[in-house]
Design a protein around this ligand. Sequence first.
Ligand code: HSE
Length: 312
Amino acid sequence: MKVSVKVPATTANLGPGFDCLGLALPIYNTITIEETVLPGTGIEINLMSEEEAIDEMVFDNIPRDENNIVYKAVEMLYNSIGQEPSELRINIQSQIPITRGLGSSSAVIVGGLLAANKLLGSPADETALLSIATEVEGHPDNVAPAILGGFVLASQDIDGTIVYRKLPWPQEWDITVCIPDFELSTNIARSVLPENVPMQDAIFNAKHLAMLVEAVHTKDEKLMKFALHDRLHQPYREKLVPGMKEIMEAFKHEDGVLGCVLSGAGPTMLVISHKYDLDKIKSTVKDIWEAQSIKVDVRTLKVEEQGAVILE
Ligand code: HSE
């Protein structure tokens, strides 16, 4: 028996929502898991990418054994019901650019978990799956919208339980993802963050995150423009993303641009706009990055309201 699951890309943080906010986007990975009889180790992991610009080094460095994150997640699910995974063939068809801040690892973790859960007769519910996915990924802000679709607020209780809510997102707002042709691993992007932050910065983010949720709820574009600012991660990551500061500056005073933030841990930049000239977004970002010899793939998308789906 084999099961395939299609999972959307995600963009996490949205400025002040560090490690707790995420949006699903219409770019997909498809993960297929097959229980089979295999010679050797008993695991076969195949990766296929439809991305033209994929860096072969990154692709080649993805583990094809028990250290693969999909296998780890699947193993945790089996272990949670007192079983060991049998021989598994895992196929990953990837359209989501890798190490660009668009949730490619979350998508494969979620896809693997949902496929394995179906193979096992669905012993785990959504919360249990989210909890395993969060443990493997380290934070819930990508895995939650990857499972649920849409705009998701997710946090973790002291006992590890994931607390999450899917909230309505104004579909009339355009999301432009600007994907540069260089990678930035989440580990590196997290390694530059300080252990402690000034109280004023923590207060700044608390205020802006609360305003952001209200702005989305009431589709208040002026409030959204005020809210899309962060002091907990973006200032520290600027040095890892050449051009980031200039791109953010370029949109600061543009009417119709609600904000420009780092997508997840970067290096992709996200521009949220409404009734704004999308070609202008593209040319502005291209001009800044191409002046630094960085090629960029710019795509304007609508939020994907559907989360991971099991394909029949
Ligand atoms: N919230 C995470 C971060 C998302 O910014 O490090 C990266 O996957």
